[in-house]
Design a protein around this ligand. Structure first.
Ligand code: ZN
Length: 136
């Protein structure tokens, strides 16, 4: 079951150059930065109430974020829904006719398991499901 919007993913060319906007102008301190080698990205997290912003900077031209920036420029990249059952959520989407980018969840940033639905099946919004890696 989907519980909340966990975070919004925002593609940027440079986290370093984007930080002053979030930290100084908006006044939201960066919680942490983290590299996700499997996706060739560097991430920076900001808490806005219960929702986080996840800045995504490509670390290689092969990164899906590099391709997104080339096509669309900087901006909102994905919406991530927190679910307590990521496998069930994926099979529900698949049974409903959604194309999945990932059939099997993989390890994302912030100690979460994540998987994406294809934006062609989600009316243009790249959709991520995420759940805690070690549910307590
Ligand atoms: Zn994300």
């Amino acid at each position: 079951m989907i519980k909340k919007i966990d975070h919004l993913g925002i593609a940027v060319r440079s986290i370093e150059e984007s930080l002053p906007y979030y930290e100084k102008i908006l006044g939201i301190p960066c919680e942490k930065t983290e590299e996700v080698p499997s996706q060739n990205v560097k991430t920076a997290f900001f808490a806005v109430g219960e929702v986080h912003l996840e800045l995504l900077e490509p670390t290689s031209p092969e990164s899906p974020i590099a391709k997104f920036l080339e096509k669309n420029g900087e901006g909102i990249h994905h919406v991530a829904f927190y679910t307590d059952d990521i496998t069930g959520q994926l099979s529900q989407a698949s049974q409903g006719g959604c194309r999945l980018i990932h059939e099997v969840p993989f390890e994302g940033a912030a100690n979460k398991m994540v998987a994406f639905l294809h934006p062609k099946s989600t009316h243009g919004v790249l959709t991520e499901f995420c759940t805690n890696k070690n549910p307590s």
